[in-house]
Write a protein that binds this ligand. Sequence first.
Ligand SMILES: Cc1cc2nc3c(=O)[nH]c(=O)nc-3n(C[C@H](O)[C@H](O)[C@H](O)COP(=O)(O)O)c2cc1C
Length: 401
Amino acid sequence: MTLQGKRILLIISGGIAAYKSLDLIRRLRERGASVRPVMTAGAQAFVTPLAVGALAADKVFTELFSREDEQDVGHIRLARDCDLVVIAPATADLMAKMANGLADDLASTILLATDKPVLVAPAMNPKMWSHPATRRNHATLLADGIRFIGPASGEMAESGEKGEGRMAEPLEIAAAVEALLDTGPKPLTGRKAIVTSGPTHEPIDPVRYIANRSSGKQGHAIAGELAWLGADVTLVSGPVTIPDPKGVTVVRVERAEEMRDAVLAALPADIAVMVAAVADWRVASASGNKIKKKPGEAPPPLLLTENPDILKTVGHHPKRPKLVVGFAAETQDVAENGRSKLERKGADYIIANDVSPHTGIMGGDRNTVKVIGKSGDEDWPDMDKQAVAERLARLIASHFP
Ligand SMILES: Cc1cc2nc3c(=O)[nH]c(=O)nc-3n(C[C@H](O)[C@H](O)[C@H](O)COP(=O)(O)O)c2cc1C
């Protein structure tokens, strides 16, 4: 009963996936939550308030201008008397209203009036989801702190079209509710994890450096997910411009040597996930002063020397963590290079990805990875980096029963 005593306000809007919200109500209630349903006019064209109310064992709210419910400004009460607002399915229309602060029916008015966390499970045709207007609304809602679960890729119920837009499954939504309310299982409680993230900056002189395109998005998301699952996480981060993940200790470094020292200082640990794009080389002797451009002289040569291999150091260290995971950014022969790294670096898993420019992975929001383990490879579908982080954190947790 992970959601015992939790009050969920479930807003159902007018999409074909509304039939799945009936199952969602059951899933939430069997975890101990109470579910108060609100339906848009559109939702009532797909499922009846009778079915929704019977499964929720509660009154279904549908009208803003209701004589009975608004005597005490019922929409404000609905917006506040809950622990979490869930919208499943969320139509493109309702997302557009939310993003723009519209409040012309009960659901949208509650969404504008609530001070509770909001979890959105979008469901729509792939063309609607990829439309620039929906992209803008999604970005606005994310920036407003609204949480999303899905949509997934797959076949659409009504048109047979394929693509991103399918509502997340009720079980996934229930798990996201547990995660948001922080009531889910914490399999990594008592475990210590070290995660590296971001690029390194290798100085040429006091103002110039060699870097790479890593944003830190993947490593930071993994650190955050391990912390969600209860781990005590030290995130050793190169220079990035994204916010720190919640609940982790962040150690900021610039150079690969500093990153190695910070990682070794954080040992012993149970888990090491080396995600940072550590520069392979640094300038052999960085200049203490700014190198001056001299008229008529040839550009200065840059002599490079090898940086420490942090993953290999950790993988063969006397205090090696029980589970060592490395990332391998490749542009060629992703699987072969990944597998040979597994052996050489003493890792339990290599998460290999193709970072060729056409993939947009380096610095982007999505990732397509191959998980190379001792007993075989697994191709994960294209997902956003947060979803990769969630799945990887669950895989890691499965090693700590
Ligand atoms: C058969 C049918 C299926 C629909 N499925 C969806 C859907 O999956 N997602 C969506 O965003 N809109 C869908 N629509 C369009 C919405 O119902 C429409 O935009 C409506 O105005 C949404 O109202 P609401 O957001 O107030 O519920 C569908 C419409 C029809 C007629």
